[in-house]
Design a protein around this ligand. Structure first.
Ligand SMILES: Nc1ncnc2c1ncn2[C@@H]1O[C@H](COP(=O)(O)OP(=O)(O)OP(=O)(O)O)[C@@H](O)[C@H]1O
Ligand SMILES: [Mg+2]
Length: 278
């Protein structure tokens, strides 16, 4: 397409109309991610706490979009790092996300940089040693490795050794793919045997979650009663209990409703959005 043609099309259709300022502010608010301390999250935190205190390794397994990453990050934030002038930071809970095809060296770099140290050049053995020193200095008690299915098979050995030698709790987080990888190596499996399942939401729990979302996240001027039967059934079908999908569908429904000039999410708008997720 030439630029002249493009200009003609733009002229024919006109500019996309701009939202008014109030609506725009509401849309921005609805687009901001916020954290909800769901019951499942609190149970997980208690479990992680007991593992930290016992310095035991473990794994968290759950399907994609069930909220594992959000929950683990929140746990890390509840153990605030302590930063004092001229002293190394104290980081009781360290959290990293493995890169695709994560080698031992990649893993060490992620840990060192998370603890706000510089990665240095050297052999794997040297960097391994430096990682241990840095972790000790920072007083790491729990190391959470998210997306752990991305670790290369050899990297799992290093992960296991970190737990053993530093006597800390190493937590591997991932989907069932991670489970399969861990079970392939008996020594790794034995070390990470303790498993916490992170699940989808259903029944009364789902209803409660929808209610919380309406009140704490959507916060529209008029009640939508999303937890009434028809609304709930529509949501249940479209999300199948995945918290990530629920969050997306509800935010989008709210934005669409506001753009229609409504004060709440009505069934029609909800169905419209939900249909896209089937
Ligand atoms: N506690 C929560 N409060 C608010 N929103 C949440 C919460 N848990 C999950 N979500 C929503 O669900 C989405 C998916 O969550 P998250 O990324 O934690 O899932 P996950 O289990 O780590 O998925 P994956 O396995 O694909 O990495 C988030 O982006 C957020 O929109
Ligand atoms: Mg995740």
């Amino acid at each position: 397409m030439t630029s002249k043609q493009a200009q003609e099309i733009a002229q024919q259709l006109g500019d996309i109309p701009k939202n008014d300022a109030n609506l725009q502010a509401e849309i921005q608010r609805l687009n901001r991610k916020s954290f909800v301390p769901l019951e499942q999250v609190q149970i997980l935190h208690e479990w992680l706490e007991s593992k930290r205190q016992a310095r035991q390794c473990c794994r968290i397994i759950g399907e994609s979009r069930t909220g594992k990453t959000m929950a683990c990050n929140a746990y890390r934030l509840r153990h605030k790092p302590i930063q004092q002038m001229g002293k190394p930071p104290i980081v009781p809970v360290a959290y990293i996300q493995a890169d695709p095809d994560c080698s031992s060296k990649d893993l060490f770099r992620l840990i060192i940089e998370h603890l706000k140290y510089q990665m240095t050049k050297g052999t794997v053995a040297e960097i391994r040693e430096r990682t241990r020193r840095v972790m000790k200095t920072c007083g790491v008690e729990t190391l959470i490795i998210d997306e752990a299915d991305r670790l290369k098979p050899n990297t799992f050995r290093d992960v296991r050794d970190i737990g053993e030698e530093l006597e800390i709790s190493v937590v591997l987080v991932g989907t069932d793919r991670l489970d399969a990888v861990i079970k392939r190596d008996e020594q790794v499996y034995n070390r990470f045997r303790a498993c916490h399942r992170f699940g989808k939401s259903s029944g009364e729990d789902f209803q409660r979650t929808v209610e919380i979302w309406e009140k704490q996240i959507l916060k529209l001027p008029v009640a939508s009663n999303l937890y009434s039967e028809t609304m709930l059934n529509t949501l249940g079908e479209a999300t199948r209990g995945y918290i990530g999908l629920l969050d997306m569908i509800l935010r989008e429904s709210a934005i669409r409703a506001l753009k229609k000039g409504l004060q709440k999410v009505d069934l029609e708008t909800l169905k419209e959005v939900a249909a896209e997720y089937k």
